[in-house]
Design a protein around this ligand. Structure first.
Ligand SMILES: [Zn+2]
Ligand SMILES: [Zn+2]
Length: 115
């Protein structure tokens, strides 16, 4: 599985093109949130919801749906269907806990290597 971390780096140049203003002064998190508000992401998000027939891909509920990035390799409008997953709020939260735990494990292994 790929290394995952949140928030992902969002390309400044891409944001400048889309939003018409520089986001360089923003934090990484703010830049990612700015991306999530763009029409480009809203379109990707809607396409993912249609593909999943507006159901959580884990538990099949149709309430409180989010579109989750399974990886962040193509953030910025180039996401492929396989990069995205429709999840309800509780399943989405669980997915991020797993990601965070994995990152923490990877980080502690790295520290052991260097120390
Ligand atoms: Zn669910
Ligand atoms: Zn997510």
């Amino acid at each position: 599985m790929d290394d995952e971390w949140w928030p992902p780096e969002t390309d400044d140049y891409f944001l400048y093109e889309v939003l018409g203003k520089s986001c360089r002064h923003l934090t990484r998190k703010e830049r990612y949130l700015a991306y999530l508000r763009t029409d480009i992401w809203q379109k990707k998000r809607e396409e993912a919801l249609i593909r999943a027939e507006r159901m959580c891909e884990k538990c099949h509920t149709s309430r409180y749906l989010d579109v989750h990035h399974k990886n962040y390799h193509r953030v910025g409008g180039d996401e492929l269907p396989r990069d995205l997953q429709v999840l309800c709020r509780p399943c989405h939260r669980a997915a991020h806990v797993t990601v965070d735990q994995r990152s923490a494990i990877i980080e502690s292994l790295r520290r052991k290597d260097s120390g």
